[in-house]
Design a protein around this ligand. Structure first.
Ligand code: SAH
Length: 472
């Protein structure tokens, strides 16, 4: 280790900053965030830096550096573009044993500043010892995505409760208690902004001494349409901390690879004719696992609240007061449309979009076909492969033009994605000839014709020669 890592308390203490340009301003911001009283010296000083100095009870001087600027300061930063001057400041400051930093000149520094992830009071500092700053910054970017923004609030909660927990629990139990709190439902409540409930849960947990077997929890998470890059940060975080995962056919293997390695995996099926586990059993299993104290991840394709029966699954949990959270995902309609270059709405062609389940019969009284057949709207049919021909015919019968463009997107967003385009009149025939398997999504409306212009650049798209309408 080339440097000794420390966190310095500069609150209300004078810190000298020599320089007034962009780089000095950046340093100044950081020092001000830590509560420093800035003393800024430079022939020119940015307006922001002047304000920062004034707000923190410091001062600024429009002149060159002088030796006596080092009087009564606890720290020195030089950020001028004059190497000789930087060198002189470094020499003089270190002669006085002051911690000294010269921007971009590690040789002139007695300390260097790390890249930071700020979740105050929790702060992560990363340093490559000045050897590979770009690497340190990319590590920071990765941590930024992994550590929830509300981590600071969790640390604040821990700090508020520290004394009380200390009084209430013997040392041996304390660590386990905090582990439960900081990794369990209470932490999740803080992350989702429900701090008041988290406080209540803390009181309950302490009163009940219920810190060994706290209840489990369930995360109902949308895994998106297939491409793992379409997962949300929240989905990824919960996937990394689950003890057990229940998933079905629509969750792509590449998404499953991102689930914590040692989590138990339970396949609950759901192919059209292969209900490997009836819905009622899934609901029961979720409840049972949570009651055992497990963190249960229910991973669903797309968005859990769009044709996903997510509502039924959490209903049972709510009855039994099991904590749960629902994480939205990119639904197949958004994913397939974007990756196929079909905007779902468009000022010129379509002013609204409807998501429809085709799992229903075309004579279902709940679907108003005359309404669906009106122009100027986009229709997206989920679960539509079997009923495709029926749907197209019924739309035509109710007045939607035979030449209305329609597309079937197969395995949308995955590298095997195929887009078959045609019209209401001829799409079913094309599909019948093309060995389509699914999952597939049917998009009907004038916007589909834009696929020609917007769809060409999609890498990995694999339109079949026979059925594609592209012109090459
Ligand atoms: N909750 C899911 C939908 C579940 S219903 C969501 O929000 O996307 C299952 C149907 O979704 C499938 O029959 C198919 O119509 C559609 N679907 C899901 N993933 C798809 C994909 N990658 N490509 C095409 N259609 C998909």
């Amino acid at each position: 280790m080339d440097y000794f890592p420390v966190f310095l308390d500069v609150k209300s203490r004078r810190c000298l900053l020599v320089g007034g340009g962009d780089i000095a301003t950046r340093k100044g911001r950081l020092l001000a965030r830590a509560g420093a009283r800035l003393c800024v010296v430079a022939p020119e000083i940015s307006a922001e830096l002047q304000t920062l100095a004034e707000q923190g009870g410091g001062e600024w001087h429009l002149r060159s550096y002088r030796h006596d600027d080092l009087d009564q300061v606890v720290l020195v930063c030089a950020a001028t573009d004059d190497y000789a001057l930087n060198e002189r400041i470094s020499q003089e400051a270190q002669d006085r044993y002051l911690p000294t930093n010269v921007v971009d000149s590690p040789a002139l520094c007695s300390f260097i500043t790390p890249a930071i992830v700020d979740r105050s009071p929790l702060v992560v500092a990363i340093s490559s010892g000045g050897e590979a700053p770009v690497l340190a910054r990319s590590m920071r970017a990765r941590l930024e995505t992994l550590i929830p923004q509300q981590y600071g609030q969790l640390a604040q909660l821990a700090s508020r409760w520290r004394e009380r927990v200390k009084q209430a629990l013997p040392e041996a139990d304390r660590r386990r208690f905090w582990e439960k709190v900081l990794q369990g439902p209470i932490a999740e409540q803080v992350f989702s902004g429900r701090v008041a409930q988290a406080e209540e849960a803390m009181t309950e947990a302490l009163d009940a001494q219920d810190f060994v077997d706290t209840r489990g929890e369930v995360y109902l998470v949308g895994a998106g349409p297939g491409d793992p890059e379409l997962l949300t940060l929240k989905a990824l975080r919960l996937m990394q901390q689950a003890d057990v995962v229940l998933y079905d056919r629509l969750v792509s293997p590449r998404v499953m690879e991102l689930v914590r390695r040692d989590a138990d995996r339970i396949y609950v099926g759901k192919r059209r004719h292969e209900h490997s586990m009836p819905q009622e059993n899934i609901n029961e299993l979720l409840l049972k696992l949570a009651q055992e104290g497990k963190r249960v991840l229910r991973l669903k394709g797309g968005d859990p609240f769009i044709f996903g029966r997510g509502g039924e699954e959490i209903d049972r949990l709510a009855q039994h007061r099991i904590p749960f959270q629902v994480v939205p995902g990119i639904t197949a309609a958004s994913g397939c449309a974007a990756y196929a270059g079909i905007p779902l709405t468009h000022r010129d062609y379509s002013q609204s979009v409807r998501f429809i389940t085709a799992h229903l019969k075309t004579d279902n009284p709940n679907l108003s076909w005359p309404e669906l057949a009106l122009p100027g709207q986009t229709l997206v049919f989920y679960m539509s492969l079997i009923g495709l021909s029926d749907i197209c015919q019924t739309l035509i019968q109710h007045g939607r033009g035979e030449s209305t463009p329609a597309a079937l997107v197969e395995k949308g967003t995955l590298s095997e994605q195929r887009v078959l385009t045609g019209t209401l009149a001829d799409l079913p025939k094309q599909v019948a000839e093309s060995e389509v398997h699914g999952p597939t999504l049917l998009i009907v409306g004038e916007v589909v014709q834009l696929h020609r212009h917007l769809g060409w650049f999609r890498p990995g798209e694999n339109d079949s020669q026979k059925t594609d309408d592209s012109e090459d």
